[in-house]
Structures are given as C-alpha cells and as structure tokens.
Write a protein that binds this ligand. Sequence first.
Ligand SMILES: [Zn+2]
Length: 220
Amino acid sequence: MRKINELIWHCTATPQGRKTTVAEIDSWHKQRGWNGIGYHKVVHLDGTVSDGRPISKIGAHVKGKNTGTIGYVYVGGTDKAGKAKDTRTAAQKATMRRLTLEAIREYGLTKVTGHNQYANKACPCFDAQAEYADLLTMKNGMPNKDPAKLTSSRTLKGSAASGVGVLGTTATDAAAQLQPLVEISGYLKFAFIALTLVGLAFVVYAKLDDSGAFTEKKPK
Ligand SMILES: [Zn+2]
C-alpha cells in the first residue's frame, strides 16, 4: 500500500441539484487523457458514496500533489449559471465529515485540504482545511471510535434533519465532559497514595514506640 498522508477535497463543478455518476466523471477524465476517474470517492447529492479509482492507486486530481494524497469529490460546486458555489446538501456535508474522519483514522492522515489550496481554482468551493481541522486534532483523543457519533455541532443540524448520526453531544462537548472525570481520578490517586504513606508512617512509629525509642526511659 502506498503511503497516504493527505486528503484533498474537490467538487465536480456541476450545477446545483444536478446528479453526476462515476461513469460520467470517468468519461470526462478519459477525455483528458487520464487513466479514468482521477478521484477515489464520489459523494452524491443524497449523501451516498461511490468508489472511484482504488485507494491503492495514485489519483489524478491535483497537479503535482497526487503522490501521498487521496482525492475525494462531492457532486456540485456551481450555481445554475455555472458560478462557483458551495452547493453541498446537508446529507453531503454529513457524509463528507464521516469520510474525512474515517480516512484520518485509516491512513493516519496529517492533513486535510481543498484543491483551491494548490491551484488558482474555487474547487471545492469551501474551506476544507478549516472545516475539518477539528477532526485531525481529535483523532487520538477520543474514546469513541464510531465516526457517526462524532458529528460536530456545525453539521449536527444538517445531520439531524437527515437522520444521520444524531447524538445530543458534540465531540468537543464530550471531551469537556471527560475532563473533570480525569481530574477527579487524578485527585483520588493522590489521596490514596498520601493515605498509604501516612498509614505506613504510623506503623513505623508504632514499631519504634514498642521498642521504646520514642518513650521516655524509665528511671532505674
Ligand atoms: Zn478539484
């Protein structure tokens, strides 16, 4: 398996609400002389996912940045007039967040970005690095391994509407709730050690006392 350290997000640059198939993207990319679809996953308008090029194969999605990266795309990215626009549906946002977290965990990604960070393009028409930064920071800190339950507050409204991954807490809330517990167990440990030491001191004192070391010598 090739080493992957970064996920780069794209849009298909198709008008809002228009469906696009993997076969269609495949034909566009073949017309460009590429070896078929250059993206590894496609997120459809309804939030479902299609596989594109196998992850094990190097993609064709960002000039000069295909080595060490994977490229995912969502369907959309322009308004009806063809002007760049973040057209992601609530279902797409929820799926994209889940896929991003899964990729971070599976491949140990250190970076999540958008095509626009490497080319003078609007693609993917949102700030992918900013939007998914929290997923990178919490990848090792969370006890909950189920990405569906790690929906952020930002996408909670959308995912609640679509019935995906509804949990009444956000990842950061969960971490905040855990923090006091960690502190309490720290105090308990300290108290236990302190009590043990005091106990030992008493035992030692009592022994010494028995031997008469701490009692006044009786006058002979
Ligand atoms: Zn792109």
